[in-house]
Design a protein around this ligand. Sequence first.
Ligand code: NI
Length: 278
Amino acid sequence: MLRPLFASIASLALIATAGAQTATPSASPDASPKTSGPAASPHPKIVWNRVHVEAPYIALTFDDGPSAANTPRLLEMLAARKIKATFFVVGRCVQEHPEVLKRTVAEGHEIGNHSWSHPKLSSMSDAAVHAEIKKTHDAVLAAAGVAPKSFRPPYGAFTERQQRWAFQEFGYPTILWTVDPFDWKKPGPKVVAQRILSETKPGAIILVHDIHKQTVDAIPEVLDGLLAKGFKFVTVSELLAMDQPKPKATPAPAPESPAKASASLAESPTLLTCCPER
Ligand code: NI
């Protein structure tokens, strides 16, 4: 459901801004996503849904927090294994739980911006989108003394024009994802862990949500299972810095699971889902 929408929006955005474009290389055949997640634009250095690496590095990302009920427990699990992750935080939740964000940063994790109130940004005005991003940028800076390093649009809904603008204005690359276990549907910790363990490949960006108890319950098995497979955890910025411009040939993607094939934007949660303990 996302891909046709993205394609049409992307085409319109390209036409509208063609005059402002510098020459960009045409998309390589590898620009299309190999696994789940929305399609990335043909601007590989601004929009990412996976990274081409020559060693088993991966980035684990947590969206929609901080959560006072679940994030601290997650931080303990990460610290016990000396693993650094990336947290795409919602500004309203940062405002509500600044101490959790501060601790997250103090423990060496990376922060990304995930908007102020988790709306579908691709259909909003420029002024409204700007406010969503800027308020969160400033809230993170005020709470933890660091600026977010990247942006993840809620639902992956972000036009090419918005992607370029976020990069130019805030220095944010747009970070999508490679592995999506649909943890927000609460299939149980075992299923969440099994999906992640079976789908993760080198260079993967894994998307989960630290606002759900079930997800955090799955994390010990996820971390220990991925470590046992030889994966090494880095932050999103570190993973992006490892990108190889000429990827090696990769095996054909696995067929999409029924869960993924049936997923659509309409099925995604449409309300702000952070701070559930409120
Ligand atoms: Ni989200």
